[in-house]
Design a protein around this ligand. Structure first.
Ligand code: PLP
Length: 393
């Protein structure tokens, strides 16, 4: 019998992918399943982006590129940071990777030693803790609740920092909560971080463009520019341009660490797909109207879903600021539901009996909640919510 590494045995498969797979299995077995577990927009990739990829193929851009990304794409990323975020980077501060997931993975491997602590506010994107564990770091989770709109306070951050803290992860707007930090809230966190110069910061801005607050998008560097030399900004084209399958993400930050991340990438995957890089360049340089169009749909569905969720007995869903997720507190509903003790059991029953796939909050470090992805049509959402209503009454 093969003895697997301690490393692989210390992590679990992505729970969101697991829910999606389970839904697909049941569907293949002939069951009528509505999958609201997936973390990807339902729209097609815009045509001008696809055209750029086809052109790249026909032009022979089908070979290895520079490990850290083509000069053209890196220039587009530098321009994007300038245009959208007021941030200035040089080419040696940018690393393009095969999705935002690889960007964070590279960062964890380049930065962490055994026992280094990484502060992760819950609810968190499912992959952060496991990627930290693969890199032999120690996740330190800060818990939040609906009362603080699932955001951490400066006091909580201060209390979590120790001499072993290496990195703090911020993700705003957040997957799964949909909440975004205001400039003021980020400034308060920034004040704490200024007092702890040994702590680095990862700002995961993946949902930057899926935001409908009055205040425009801001990240920790907009709030506290003094943190520039120890902040990594992670972003990508997956969510904004409906390009999840193309696998392009990017990181910006201090050249020394970006160089170390590049070294890791050079010995693992090398360059991200050449054709996808051409497509991403077109996405970043082209018209941004496609983002605005998708945002209108997401906001409409958000309003619809949040209303319907709040009408369910024992369910409380705060309106979000962005993303395509609703994160609702189901704890009362689960407590009064026969046959389920936990959110995980409840999700299983919903899937088997109501044919609706939601991701339990436990997966994100916040038990009692459920994440519903509204990256699907209004009709399907209406059907799913009436199934939930029936299941709960
Ligand atoms: N960061 C967050 C918060 C996400 O939700 C995701 C995707 O689900 C990613 C990063 C990674 O995106 P990808 O690897 O698909 O580019």
């Amino acid at each position: 019998d093969v003895q697997l590494s301690d490393r692989v045995q210390s992590i679990k498969p992505s729970p969101t992918l697991a829910v999606t797979n389970r839904a697909a299995e049941l569907r293949a077995a002939g069951k009528d399943i509505i999958g609201l577990g997936a973390g990807e927009p339902d729209f097609d990739t815009p045509q001008h982006i696809k055209d750029a990829a086809i052109e790249a193929i026909n032009n022979g851009q089908t070979k290895y590129t520079a490990v850290d990304g083509t000069p053209g794409l890196k220039k587009a990323i530098i321009n994007k940071f300038n245009r959208d975020n007021g941030l200035a980077y040089e080419a040696n501060q940018i690393l393009v990777s095969s999705g935002g997931k690889q960007s964070f993975f590279n960062l964890a491997l380049a930065l962490l030693n055994q026992g280094d602590e990484v502060i992760i506010p819950a609810p968190y994107w499912v992959s952060y803790p496991d990627m930290v564990i693969v890199a032999e770091g120690t996740p330190v989770i800060i818990e939040t609740s609906a009362d603080s709109r699932f955001k951490i306070t400066a006091e909580q951050l201060e209390a979590a920092i120790t001499p072993k803290t290496k990195l703090v992860v911020l993700n705003s707007p957040s997957n799964p909560s949909g909440m975004a930090y205001s400039l003021e809230e980020l400034q308060a966190l920034g004040e704490v971080l200024k007092r702890h110069p040994h702590v680095m910061i990862a700002s995961d801005d993946m949902y930057e463009h899926i935001l409908w607050t009055e205040e425009k998008f801001c990240n920790i560097l907009n709030a506290t520019p003094e943190l520039y030399d120890r902040t990594f900004v992670l972003n990508g084209v997956s969510k904004a341009y409906s390009m999840t399958g193309w696998r392009i993400g990017y990181a910006a930050g201090p050249a020394k660490v970006i160089g170390a991340m590049k070294k890791i990438q050079s010995q693992s995957t090398s360059n991200p797909c050449s054709v996808s890089q051409a497509a991403a360049e077109a996405a970043l340089n082209g018209s941004q109207q496609c983002i605005a169009d998708m945002l209108v749909s997401f906001k409409e569905r958000h309003d619809f879903v949040v209303d319907k969720l709040n009408a369910l007995p024992g369910v409380n869903c705060q309106p979000g600021d962005g993303t395509f997720y609703a994160f609702a507190d189901f704890s009362e509903a689960i407590a009064s539901f026969e046959g389920a003790e936990t959110d995980v059991e409840f999700a299983e029953i919903l899937l088997e009996q109501a044919g609706v796939a939601l991701v339990p909050g436990s997966a994100f470090g916040t038990p009692g909640c459920m994440r519903l992805s509204f990256a699907t049509s209004k009709e399907i959402l209406a059907d799913a919510l009436s199934r939930l209503e029936k299941a709960l009454s």
